[in-house]
Design a protein around this ligand. Structure first.
Ligand SMILES: [Zn+2]
Length: 601
């Protein structure tokens, strides 16, 4: 507690420093050897026990060792990476000269298990107390593969590249192996990094970056970052750097020279995304943001204060389904992965699902670009295809599993990205846009720099909305409920009534197990609509309406409230005398995509 008070300093309204919320600080001094694709480093880590128990050991992630040979858990789960490693494209992170509080750590105190290194402490570390670990390391940098490497043209992306302390969440050590579907979790720390790099490289990094010395062949750079969960950098000969700014944030772009004409487009969506999230969640908490154009084996990658985008792969087409959505997605991660920092390994939906949901919001609001693809004049929103593709299948896995509990990438992706995004959107529609946006902002602000879990999210949203959402959560977050309601018949007859002329009977069927409250409506020939609200519980339900005009159609969720509805085309039934209107729905695009996919699946 004393050290927290003494060391804490205020940076743009955020308390930083070594405190119980910020238990780690790193000092790194590294040298990059571009001839041999090696990186040599010296590292000092100060670590404060953030738990309420005394610690017997500390644990480091050695992520690059997932690619040291084909026996790793990662290679066992990913054949493509395994083949790459088998062909000789390997990486290694070797450590030496490990000291704790100035005393040598001998080999008997070190145990390597897969990509994790456990170091037994000579003396237990009591709660709140600090230790200092010094070590040296040597990294063999692979040709760009999983999220890092060099591209063979002199450009490098270094992410998850040095010995990183495993994080703690609510007092629990998160010492997970590096699995093929897993991303990352670590605690907030401060970074002070000296980088000795060849002089001819353009450089970008997490945090603020300054060149402090430059000679003929060697330049020394200093990077500093506070309250970040990791540190990454990129450097290369092929980059051209651009600068921009928005809301007081300096934006650094490292674009491939061949892509420099895309600068304006990239800059526009980046600034838009930063502003959108700053307004809807909380202000971007850092002074710098860096976008690196680099293909590291995935289309886009989130890093603290930095994103990597494979601009070439994202395509130069006009469709927003590619480059703009990708940049928006990775930028949104700066909040959910970077500053809120939920656990991407154990609860990936909380990051990827919210990020997917928020990316849709950005793209929907980003008016400068062409919205969606058009087929025969039907506008298809950029996420319609993945939505319908995902929802048309059986659901075997809930969205809240740990990344390593999904059997493969397809199951992982469709649950934690697509279905999780749709689930959040469905929740938003069920409670109302503006209420939900307030609830999400409340969650984001409450848990900024706090590593929340699913329970925190659910409780905060329920409390803000002031209603019991447990049934929704158990069906769609921890459960595998599917939603489909159908209008099965609509009959009407003339009645002998002074006020009304027709009695309309509408039959509805709940086809799957998922239950959502519904609005049943009928459209009348005179242009009016009449509706009624139903709790959606029974398997079959019938509704009577009394009208003075003949009915044209009956609809369930006729306002398209629920993106989780797995079949939209049975939501509306025209009376047989109007069956010719079957394809003039006002939700044409969704119906049309559904129809196309029904031919394919
Ligand atoms: Zn993502």
């Amino acid at each position: 507690m004393i050290s927290a008070l003494l060391i804490a300093v205020s940076l743009a309204g955020i308390t930083v420093g070594l405190s119980s919320d910020l238990p780690v600080s790193y000092k790194l001094d590294i040298r990059l050897d571009t001839l041999n694709h090696k990186l040599y480093g010296e590292q000092t880590v100060r670590f404060q026990n953030p738990t309420s128990e005394s610690l017997e050991r500390i644990v480091f992630h050695l992520y690059p060792n997932a690619f040291s040979d084909t026996n790793s858990v990662f290679c066992g789960e990913d054949n493509k990476v395994k083949a790459d490693v088998a062909s000789g494209n390997t990486s290694r992170l070797d450590l030496s000269d490990i000291y704790i509080n100035g005393r040598t750590v001998d080999s008997a105190m070190v145990e390597i298990k897969g990509t994790l290194m456990y170091v037994t402490l000579r003396n237990k570390l009591p709660p709140g107390r600090e230790i200092e670990i010094d070590l040296k390391f040597e990294l063999t940098i692979p040709r760009a593969m999983v999220r890092f490497g060099h591209n063979g043209r002199g450009d490098y992306l270094l992410s998850h590249w040095y010995p990183i302390l495993c994080g703690y969440q609510k007092g629990e050590l998160i010492d997970r192996e590096y699995y093929a579907n897993s991303e990352f979790f670590s605690n907030f720390g401060s970074y002070d990094v000296i980088m000795r790099l060849p002089s001819d490289l353009i450089v970008g990094s997490t945090g603020s970056l300054n060149q402090i010395e430059s000679e003929d062949t060697l330049s020394i750079w200093h990077a500093a970052a506070d309250t970040v969960i990791d540190f990454a950098f990129a450097c290369g000969k092929n980059f051209e750097s651009f600068r921009s700014d928005t809301l007081g944030i300096t934006i650094n772009y490292l674009l491939n020279k061949e892509n420099k004409e895309l600068f304006e487009r990239i800059d526009n969506i980046t600034k838009y995304s930063l502003s959108f999230c700053s307004e809807r969640l909380f202000p971007y908490p850092y002074d710098n943001f860096t976008l690196v154009d680099f293909d590291c084996g995935s289309a886009g990658l989130e890093l603290p204060g930095m994103i990597a985008i494979a601009v070439d792969n994202a395509g130069r087409g006009k469709s927003i389904s590619s480059l703009d959505a990708l940049i928006a997605h990775e930028t949104v991660h700066e909040w959910f992965y970077g500053a809120i920092a939920s656990n991407e390994i154990d609860e990936p939906w909380l990051d990827e699902g919210l990020t997917t949901y928020f990316t849709s919001k950005i793209i929907d609001n980003y008016l400068d670009v062409q919205p969606g693809i058009s087929i025969f004049g039907y506008k298809i929103e950029y996420n319609d295809i993945s939505r319908i593709f995902t929802l048309s299948r059986e659901i075997s896995y809930p969205i809240d599993l740990a990344s390593y509990d999904y059997p493969g990438w397809f199951e992982y992706e469709s649950a934690v990205y697509t279905r999780a995004g749709m689930t959040i959107e469905c929740l938003e529609k069920a409670v109302g846009d503006s209420v939900f946006s307030g609830a999400l902002k409340d969650y984001a602000r409450k848990f900024r720099f706090k590593h929340p879990d699913t329970g925190d999210f659910e409780k905060t949203i329920s409390a803000y909305i002031d209603s019991d959402l447990s049934e929704f959560y158990s069906q769609f977050i921890s459960g595998t409920a599917r939603v489909d309601y159908a209008v099965t018949s609509m009959l009407y007859s003339k009645i002998d009534d002074d006020e009304r002329t027709y009695m309309v009977e509408v039959m509805i069927r709940r086809i799957h197990d998922g239950i959502l409250p519904q609005t049943i409506s009928i459209g009348l020939e005179n242009g009016a609509t009449v509706d009624t609200v139903w709790d959606g519980r029974s398997r079959v339900a019938s509704f009577e309406f009394y009208t003075d005009s003949r009915p044209l159609y009956a609809a369930i969720d006729g306002y398209y409230t629920y993106p989780l509805d797995s079949k939209i085309s049975n939501n509306r039934l025209y009376h047989e005398s109007h069956s010719g209107r079957l394809i003039s729905f006002d939700w044409d695009s969704i119906f049309f995509v559904e129809f196309l996919l029904s031919l394919l699946l």
